[in-house]
Design a protein around this ligand. Structure first.
Ligand SMILES: Cc1ncc(COP(=O)(O)O)c(C=O)c1O
Length: 394
């Protein structure tokens, strides 16, 4: 047989595919699977944003190729957002690129800055693109254990002292997917000081900037000097429930932003102009819709933690993001997250994401997305309660 392509050999099959296949099979049998598996927002996009899209679609010339780094108006709106929300001043021409979602921005930034064999420090567990974006680009990942932010940062410090070749960049993602943990400005100050000391770049992923439940999330770019070494990606996907629209941003260090814009100029023509105009309207318009979306996630979080505890499964309360990161119930701790996820689906009609899909350090956990309504969260808890009771009686 022909040998698999070089890059494809380096991309392991998605663990989640196995769970997705089982889900499709059970649904095909008519089973109503309650799906917490994917971080796919289920709420509608706020009306005024959709209205702006429709209004713009009808205008002449909006059908033409757009600008690969984003139209001026959107880049200015992004700069205003960063100033209003984080007090970070950005030049929309040199420090901002509008992206096709934050994932595309992150992946193409990885592509833009990574040379063959460059070493990148990334957390484990991680959202897959945080490691594989660099692997696709020909880099090498040094995975750093990240059960919590402090352990991650001390692992990064140790690697920066010891790993050769010297790491080119460090990935930071808080609020975290999948662990749902968040950090304060002191954490970012330490991270920036460390990166500056070792002449290393930082890529920060702040896709959950607005999905927090107590203290607002902060930006790494708030740290003085961060703009010298860091780029942050952010997104409208969760903030305005616009995941399918594919619109996000990369902002920060001019050299990296210029490199990203250059790569993108070869690859794409930017998002459809009406989407960019509507995205600008989202960022500049009334923000009470963001409060509403946040409140719904918070209420779901509370229902999840309470009803699952009642079912016999204690889940740490996530302070942010649209996920709970749940250790397997004690009795099932040795079962493995993939087998446990399949059991939940087959025997309780509940789909979750197995932690091992986010890296081997995710083993022993599952990720539960807050993407079903509260009635269905309670139904899932009842199903799980029965499953656990059946199993302990057996
Ligand atoms: C941490 C993180 N970054 C980026 C993304 C991708 O978001 P976008 O829709 O902006 O590409 C996600 C999506 O789940 C995510 O969890």
């Amino acid at each position: 047989m022909t040998e698999e392509f070089y890059r494809i050999q380096r991309l392991p099959p998605y663990v989640f595919e196995e769970v997705n296949r089982l889900k499709a099979q059970l649904r095909g049998q008519g089973r109503d699977v309650i799906d917490f598996g994917m971080g796919n927002p289920d709420m509608p996009t706020p009306q005024h944003i959709t209205d702006k899209l429709i209004e713009t679609v009808r205008k002449p010339k909006t059908n033409r190729y757009s600008a690969s780094k984003g139209i001026n108006g959107l880049r200015k709106s992004i700069a205003r957002y960063y100033e209003r929300r984080f007090r970070v001043k950005l030049n929309p021409d040199t420090q901002v690129v509008a992206t096709l979602g934050s994932k595309e921005g992150f992946a193409n930034l990885a592509q833009a800055i990574t040379g063959p064999g460059d070493v990148i420090l990334a957390p484990n567990p991680a959202y897959p693109i945080h490691a594989y974006g660099f692997i696709i680009a020909g880099g090498l990942i040094q995975a750093i254990n990240a059960p919590d932010p402090e352990t991650y940062l001390s692992g990064v410090a140790h690697a920066l002292e010891n790993v050769l070749p010297k790491p080119k960049a460090v990935v930071i993602n808080y609020p975290s997917n999948p662990t749902a943990q968040m950090v304060n400005l002191d954490f970012y100050k330490d991270a920036v000081a460390l990166a500056r000391k070792h002449d290393t770049l930082i890529l920060s992923d702040l896709a959950y900037s607005e999905i927090y439940f107590d203290e607002p999330a902060v930006s790494l770019l708030e740290v003085p000097g961060a703009l010298d070494i860091a780029v942050e990606v952010n997104s409208l996907s969760k903030t305005y429930s616009m995941a399918g629209w594919r619109v996000g941003m990369a902002v920060g260090n001019e050299r990296m932003i210029k490199a990203l814009a250059r790569v993108k100029s070869y690859l794409d023509y930017g998002a459809y102009t009406p989407i960019q105009v509507a995205a600008a309207a989202a960022l500049d318009g009334p923000q009470d819709c963001v409060d509403d979306i946040r409140a719904i996630y918070k209420s779901r979080r509370d229902t999840l933690v309470k009803s699952f505890a009642n079912a016999g499964w204690d889940i740490p309360v996530p302070p942010a993001s649209m996920f709970a990161w749940a250790p397997l119930p004690a009795k099932y701790a040795d079962m493995g997250s993939l087998a446990f996820s399949k059991m939940l689906m087959e025997e309780a009609d509940v789909a979750v994401a197995p932690g091992v899909g986010f890296g081997e350090a995710g083993e022993g956990f599952v990720r539960i997305g807050l993407v079903e309504n509260e009635q269905r969260i309670r139904q899932a808890a009842r199903n799980i309660k029965q499953l656990l009771a059946r199993r302990s009686a057996a």
